[in-house]
Design a protein around this ligand. Structure first.
Ligand code: ADP
Ligand code: MG
Length: 323
């Protein structure tokens, strides 16, 4: 089964950035209000994620490292209305199979917590310990036992920038969570939490960018839109500043891109792209996020309805601002 886990790990764990994404998503699913992400050497040597979430009960810690161990869905039916970010029960098993892991966790109502160490898929130690409520997950030496995969990684700075990309998007997806990002002992950013997206953008991109955005909110037959529209002065040369989130999950969507860009068209120079952060809240049945394990692409049940709501919401809002 170790071989199977190593192969399967490729699906979820492609590179350090995918480890960071899976672990932070677990912290979000655990309702953490504060998450610290720390990496060293592009995440290859060290990834440490600390959260103040609900922790893992002592008798479930070892099980959590087994493939398909998830506490988030019980039945196949649950799959059609998942709101949690994870549901496959693959991340911990996959990461544990290809690195050295140390996990410390405690639930708020337990007096003591648990510390386990996993190497190449084997639990090598497990003990009861005193620790704060929440979970700390430390991963060291990614792919140390799979040299072929390790050789496939890009340079340290490329891997680091892929991680930063993931962490920035997670922070924008969850302005309500205070997220701290530390790279090689240097604090890169720190958000405050507390639902204020503009303030979150301030923490990530600085004052000029935050100042040049306007918050919006729009609702139309069961579709809720909110976010920040960049003003005309913030037009960008590429799409790197178009962020789309559905139910708290970053996604890529040509449909949403088009709706937003069409709405902007009369307002900014052709050939330029807006700065926009769009949060879409939909009934989980309206959207299928189960398209690929990396879960970036979605299928809408009624794409016309979504397109129109987004176009109208953004257009209406920008017109109201008399740009
Ligand atoms: P999934 O997220 O798909 O359920 P994972 O392999 O990512 O699968 O995690 C396995 C299980 O471990 C989760 O279902 C959850 O119960 C537990 N878990 C993992 N990380 C955390 C965390 N930071 N806080 C609380 N529980 C966690
Ligand atoms: Mg998970």
């Amino acid at each position: 089964t170790h071989t199977i886990n190593k192969i399967a790990a490729g699906e979820v764990v492609e590179r350090p950035a995918s480890v960071v994404k899976e672990l932070v998503e677990n912290s979000i699913d655990a309702k953490a209000s504060s998450i610290t992400v720390e990496i060293k050497n592009g995440g290859i040597d060290l990834i440490r994620i600390t959260d103040n979430g609900k922790g893992i009960p002592k008798d479930e810690v070892e099980i959590a490292f087994l493939r398909h161990a998830t506490s988030k869905i019980q039945t196949a039916e649950d799959l059609s209305h998942v709101l949690s970010l994870g549901f496959r029960g693959e991340a911990l098993a996959s990461i544990g199979a290809v690195s050295k892991v140390e996990l410390l966790t405690k639930t708020p109502h337990d007096l003591t917590g648990k510390r386990v160490e996993v190497e190449a898929g084997k639990i090598i130690s497990s003990e009861e310990i005193a620790c704060p409520a929440g979970t700390t997950f430390i991963m060291r030496q990614l792919f140390y036992n799979v040299p072929a995969r390790r050789a496939f990684l890009k340079t340290v700075s490329t891997e680091a920038s892929k991680i930063a990309d993931v962490v920035y998007k997670l922070a924008l997806a969850h302005p309500e969570i205070a997220i701290k990002y530390i790279q090689n002992n240097k604090l890169i950013f720190q958000t405050n939490g507390g639902y204020d997206l503009q303030r979150c953008v301030f923490s990530l991109y600085g004052k000029e960018t935050a100042k040049d955005t306007i918050p919006f909110h729009y609702e139309k037959d069961g579709i809720e839109l909110s976010g920040l529209c960049g003003l005309a002065t913030l037009a960008r040369a590429n799409r790197n500043y178009e962020f789309f989130f559905i139910n708290g999950r970053y996604i890529k969507s040509p449909l949403l891109q088009k709706a937003v860009e069409e709405a902007y068209k009369t307002l900014i120079t052709i050939g330029k792209f807006p700065f926009i952060i769009l949060h879409l809240n939909l009934a989980p049945e309206e959207v299928d996020v189960n398209v690929h394990p990396t879960k970036l692409e979605v299928r809408f049940k009624e794409s016309d309805r979504i397109y129109n709501a987004v176009y109208e919401g953004v257009h209406h809002h920008l017109s109201a601002e008399n740009l």
